[in-house]
Design a protein around this ligand. Sequence first.
Ligand code: C2E
Ligand code: MG
Ligand code: MG
Ligand code: MG
Length: 276
Amino acid sequence: RAKEALTQTVCFYEVSMDEAARRRRLIANDLWQAVRRDELELHYQVQKAVHTGETLGYEVLLRWHHPVRGTIPPSDFIPIAEECGAILPIGEWVLREACREAASWENAHKIAVNLSPVQLGNADVADLVQRVLQETGLDPRRLELEITESTIIGDKERALETLRRIKAFGVTIAIDDFGTGYSSLETLRSFPFDKIKLDRSFMSEVESSPEAKAIIRAILALGHTLRVPVLAEGVETRNQLDILLDEGCDEAQGYFLGRPMPMERIRAARKASEAA
Ligand code: C2E
Ligand code: MG
Ligand code: MG
Ligand code: MG
């Protein structure tokens, strides 16, 4: 009896594990086709100077419109794409699209592109960046690559070497989701970065938690001592923006300033406000 029950439990467990694995396999399979089938779309989210409200640039955020499953958020498919390797063709597509888009603007706004640790671990990524810049004619100083600390925790020497090559083109590097990793201070000491993006968990707590505010203040001091601007992610209210202004934060991004959306919609909104 006990043995039978155990067998059943084990089987049930294996079936559900199997289901999850099967779903991942199906998604991975579809991911390889996504670029070719034109299912990927870029959304753009504005980044502004806190003090002046001036638009500085846009972060590119990937959307996948799956023909059957509907729109799948990046948090669901990026990890699978990283695991199965599809992140390489997808990441290349994102970079090329983003640079082409930015090169077509009449202004000199920056374009910030997220770079996966898997891309950074790939020896060819610096060549890719160089090639895409040449193809699109984008001024390298207008391209920013966002990397997370986890990127750096992997093969550190190799990542460093690649980042140095990329920076030599004039491209800048931002540390994304700063404050959530394991080795923030070590990262700051050894990495050639140009901006700190403060993780949005601090913003969501800044009004209620003196500790969150103290940490923001400390990271701002750190950034400014190192002469690196700090951008606060996840600004959702006027009040949060006012706090950032008080604290001397340099840049901000979040729903209060603008939701991620396709560039056509940003253009239409800009035209409408110019006409008004
Ligand atoms: P991230 O780079 O930290 O991007 C910021 C995320 O916060 C985005 O989620 C954005 O939509 C969301 N966000 C922006 N403002 C607010 C706000 O005020 N409140 C809240 N609650 N959320 C806000 P999204 O678009 O779902 O992307 C999630 C993550 O997926 C990104 O985090 C990034 O790590 C990854 N990702 C997105 N696009 C790409 C890509 O093209 N390549 C790679 N490798 N990763 C990407
Ligand atoms: Mg980012
Ligand atoms: Mg972030
Ligand atoms: Mg994030």
